[in-house]
Design a protein around this ligand. Sequence first.
Ligand SMILES: [Zn+2]
Length: 315
Amino acid sequence: MIAFCMREFNFSEGAAFNRIFVARAARKVPAMLDALRSGAVHLTGLRLLIPHIDEESHEKVLALAAGKSKREIEELVAALSPKPPIPDDVRKLPNRELALCTPPATDTSAETPPLPRAERRSVIAPLSADTFKIQFTGSRAFRDKLRQAQDLLRHRVPNGDLAQVFEKALDVLIAKVLKERFAVGRKPRRPSVPGPVASDSHDAPDPMKREVYERDEGRCAFVDESGNRCPARGFLELDHIDGYARTHVHDADRSRLLCRTHDQLLAEQLYGRVFMERLRQERKEAKAAAHRSRSQTSGVARRTCPGTSAQQRLL
Ligand SMILES: [Zn+2]
């Protein structure tokens, strides 16, 4: 049947498996096909749910899965059938442990061949409603830092439990980056000035960064015509709605957080596509030149600029 579906319908192996398994399961629970037809649950989701659906449970399980993404359904499955925690495991991969640390293709000094994509991919898989299996490949330097952190934390985490060590490390990292990028947690040096502030520096004042970040709850503030807000929380930039390059004014009420895509889109609308494309090209060339000079002076540590918004780059 798999071969037939692949040959006759040009399905990939995965697509063929999904359809066949779901079709078989739907013989016993026809409501699965209703959920598929109505668009309530997608095919991949139904396949994940098969072991947890029977004549008795299907209504409840399908209702819980309705409208959920694949990742959310994986979490639902883990909650329905929790797995025990897995033990900590730091393992050496044969002759490849440096691969992830090597810069991309242009650096020919790397002796270690890159890892195959499947081995490079990190895994965050739910084990139960509140626990996850997390797996990734790190460099030797990473392993050394991990051991150092475990040793330094012995008084608090005597057994060096990886989950606890990483959670503490992430707490420190998140607080540091929030402070650097959005001044969250930074102590004000002087009382903040309410309202708009004219300034020659495109770098917004700390109180404004903090206010905008907290008001927008660390999430892109773009809302589409249907009223749906963009869910992005990564690549966030502080955006001046009226364009800092035009006003030279910082104003929390006229600023918002935007993800990179919406930052670019709205900057194009404000300043024009041709201008923004020229800016992007200049930036690309500057990046390539910087990379070339970095390869010539490899080994020298350099600081990289934390994200710069499209509007800030105009200056
Ligand atoms: Zn966005």
